[in-house]
Design a protein around this ligand. Structure first.
Ligand code: F6P
Length: 540
């Protein structure tokens, strides 16, 4: 497989970058004011303005040619069709099947995927409905008022982010808490104040072998049985997993298990059974609206031409800055408090997917791959790290995400929030020159400190309102951006071998921390010394 960096399309982009790098967005807009209208695209309810990027029409043509060279069209069909594009695990990648519309067929590897997906969704909706109505009660007959999801990574970040995002739609008096960390402070803090009679634990783990989740689940079971006895477990614990045997071994009735499949990656899973806690909170109907939002962007991704395809454009812009401008990070700045967990969710989605340094065929990559994703909701970020975005020495492309309608408003606050978002994108792009600052009467010595260089690129995504449907579309957008980037880089975006070694080493090290025996061999001198120091501090 020839490396993409050796293609004529890559060379053409490198040459084009050299020509365009010195051009300021001020010039690009002065020459072509129509770009503000033209460089926009809609996908379902999402509207994207990408005019504040350091691109011209030629850049976009060259990027589209790169996508063609990478075989993006065929790869999209391969994913939707269930080919085993996760090569290192020899698996299909079918999170898009989780939102198949009723009636649409899909059979993969001899399995009726569509039927399986709808059977699980129906089972979830039935269970969620019973919890919400009070028909499903705890062991003492009281209704459930709190659901505690125990999971980590994809089995936590998706539902936790979405629950926070859609909190306003939680209409049945059931609230959710999310426990993930193996730090005891997490579970103990989340159990505090809960009434065991009214608490339901959803143990979410694709493998049902994850240390953090199983340990937290044991603590939760102990907490419950101490108060309500062993027989209470079946009314207060359900599981979401692909592994029925381990669920049964843990002591959860597999009749109360909600399944999924190895073709759903953990970080792509909250629109299936991993979203059970969310579905209990917002209801089956709102959950299905969310799936419809995912589906709209799936269909757009599959059918829109590259030049009008939102995930393709955003993915190619990611490649443009990462590989041709040397940008290392990407800021995600939701102007919505409800999306406060969105950057954390995206960190797993993007970085576990595209943080790779070998290609799918095992050869080392030559290009730079996955950017570091980070962010905070606006306007909090403005009073923290935006200084660096505006005047620092690094180029940080940013995604701004805003909504026209708030769920609730006071004192015109929502307009102020939006004004801040738009002002930031403008200041980043156009800045303020020394002449303009001097003209304001600023003393000459201070002028350089106040210069706002501008030329800092951003995307602005604007949607009517944060609803289940919009959230689904937003998540599908980023899932496909990851796919586009991974395709150009030629990597397997669906495995995560890099997290395995540390897990194994932690299990090897754990006995050395707790033992009363002289410390045994550590993996390296530094870690050995730290083990000794830890044991001294713990008096062992
Ligand atoms: O951190 C690695 C990982 O395998 C993630 O990909 C996954 O989302 C998480 O652990 C949790 O895994 P599981 O759902 O199997 O408990």
């Amino acid at each position: 497989m020839a490396d993409i960096t050796e293609s004529p399309e890559w060379t053409a982009l490198a040459e084009h970058q050299a020509a365009i790098a010195g051009r300021h967005l001020r010039e690009l807009f002065a020459e072509d004011p129509g770009r503000a209208e033209r460089m926009t695209v809609t996908a379902g309810d999402l509207f994207l303005d990408y005019s504040k990027h350091r691109v011209t029409g030629e850049t976009l043509t060259l990027l589209a040619a790169l996508a063609e060279r990478a075989g993006l069209r065929a790869r999209i069909e391969a994913m939707f069709g269930g080919e085993h594009i996760n090569v290192s695990e020899d698996r299909a990648v079918l999170h898009t099947a989780l939102r198949l519309p009723p009636g649409e067929a899909l059979t993969v590897d001899g399995q009726d995927v569509a039927a399986d997906v709808h059977a699980v969704l129906d089972k979830m909706a039935d269970f969620a409905g019973r919890v919400r109505s009070g028909e499903w009660t705890g062991s003492t007959g009281k209704r459930i008022t709190t659901v505690v999801n125990i999971g980590i990574g994809g089995s936590d970040l998706g539902p936790a982010m979405a629950y926070e995002a859609l909190h306003d739609f939680a209409d049945a008096g059931v609230s959710c808490r999310f426990v993930s960390n193996i730090d005891p402070a997490d579970i103990l803090g989340k159990l505090a104040g809960l009434d065991p009679e009214q608490t339901l634990f959803v143990v979410s783990s694709k493998t049902f072998g994850t240390l953090e989740t199983l340990t937290n689940a044991k603590v939760a079971r102990g907490w419950l049985t101490e108060r309500l006895g062993d027989d209470a477990v079946s009314r207060h614990f359900v599981a979401v997993s692909t592994n029925a045997e381990r669920v049964a071994d843990f002591g959860i009735d597999t009749a109360n298990m909600f399944g999924f499949w190895d073709w759903v990656g953990g970080r792509y899973s909250f629109d299936g059974a991993i979203g059970l806690s969310l579905m209990i909170a917002i209801g089956g109907e709102a959950f299905r609206e969310m799936l419809a939002g995912f589906r709209e962007v799936d269909e757009h991704f599959r059918s829109a031409p590259f030049e009008a395809n939102m995930p393709v454009l955003m993915g190619l812009l990611g490649v443009w800055y990462t590989d041709f401008f040397g940008a290392q990070t990407r800021a995600v700045l939701p102007y919505s408090q409800r999306l406060s967990r969105f950057p954390a969710y995206l960190q797993q989605l993007t970085m576990e997917s595209n943080g790779k340094s070998v290609r799918a065929d095992g050869a080392p990559v030559i290009a730079q791959t996955g950017a570091i994703f980070w962010g905070e909701p606006g306007t909090n970020g403005q009073h923290a790290f935006y200084q660096l975005l505006h005047q620092g020495t690094r180029l940080v492309p940013a995604d701004f995400i805003g909504f026209a309608e708030p769920f609730e408003d006071r004192e015109g606050m929502h307009d102020l929030l939006t004004a801040n978002m738009l002002a930031q994108t403008s200041a980043l792009a156009f800045g303020k020159t020394a002449e303009e600052i001097a003209a304001d009467g600023t003393p000459a010595a201070v002028v350089p400190h106040k210069v706002m260089p501008g030329n800092r690129p951003s995307s602005t995504i604007l949607a009517p309102k944060l609803t289940p449907k919009t959230l689904g579309s937003l998540v599908a957008l980023y899932e496909h951006i990851v796919f586009v980037e991974g395709t150009v880089w030629g990597i397997d975006s669906f495995d995560q071998w890099g997290v395995e070694l540390g897990k194994v080493m932690a299990m090897d090290l754990a006995p050395a921390l707790t033992s009363q025996e002289p410390p045994s061999e550590a993996p390296d001198p530094s870690t050995g010394a730290l083990v000794r120091r830890y044991r001294e501090l713990r008096g062992r």
